[in-house]
Design a protein around this ligand. Sequence first.
Ligand code: ZN
Length: 393
Amino acid sequence: MRVRDTLTGRKVAVAPAPRKPLTLYVCGVTPYESGHMGHAFTFSMFDVLLRFFEANGVRVKYVQNITDVDDPLFERARRDNLDWRELAGREIQVHIREMTVLGWRPPDVLPRVSEEIPQILAAVTKLHAKGFAYRTDELYFDASKYRGFGNLSHLSRRSMLRKLRHEGLLGRVGPDAKQDALDFALWRRSGPDEPAWPSQFGDGRPGWHIECTAMSMHYLGEQIDLHGGGRDLVYSHHESERAQSESLTGQKPFARAWMHTGLVRYEGYKMSKSRGNLVKISEATQMAPAAAVRLYLVTHRYGRDWTFEWKGLERASRYIEQVRKFLADDARFDYGRRPPKPDPKLMAEFNAALADDLDTPRAVRALRAALRQGDAAAVRAMKEVLLGSTDLS
Ligand code: ZN
């Protein structure tokens, strides 16, 4: 399979090392509120990728992290007068339930930051010992020590600073703070009602980016085959993660390919909490069968931005009803001991589509062709990959 790598902009072949599973790391959620279509799009796309590999006999080891030590989580817990652990625990269950409804093959590991502190501190300590970090009010990674900072996101220094300001991560530059605005915290001080872990850098908690370096290396090794996430993570999260990971091990590349999903818009703007224009997963699955929600998601190219429209979901629902009826009729038919095999031509087109940078719209057209031909075996095989374990009704 070939995917377009965010770093080089070129399509690169992705395959596991001999006798090893393919390693896939996808940045997960901060568990403080239920998921929306942006989350559903990202995780469904990586589910199609994973199922495509597995349907073709490639083993995959899939890790998706949970950022349960994070400012928005603490703010929400404070607002709702809850213990942060209680809020995180509840929202993690919601996330798992929603993704189960959307038919995912669960990640092999769903590590939580709060349970990975020893690995994270080991990475922080090693970066400090190797001279990539400095300590003022907090412990920072020195971005100037990494050549090529900005190459993943293809952003100028000015654009990176603008994004940091937009994300509220710009911080302060000064003798008792950051030396440069692009530097980022590896280990921070905790607020009075926030968790703190003892370390040689003072009691505190990890900075945001280091968690994914530590967890991906702990579960998947120093280099991974595929690293994914939503496009809004390219800078600052993945840029920073790449810099600290390669500095930590001296091994390049940290990820053999980077894949980023596009943003979902609604009512003219990117779906976002701050704007309040969210379509929640639970709203969509109330309006339509889960298989229709997932079909609607995968009719879009993973890397492109697109606009959610209820009309589009309705169209997908009508189509899923046709698929459901067709498969129900077929299940009543007695093929005897020789159930038919899918038409190899149909399957070849389907597989070629996904092997070419996960072209799911083209794969959906192959599914439509299989339905038109009345090839139930092909419809089942394609549905398994595109729609996962979702319910058709
Ligand atoms: Zn991450």
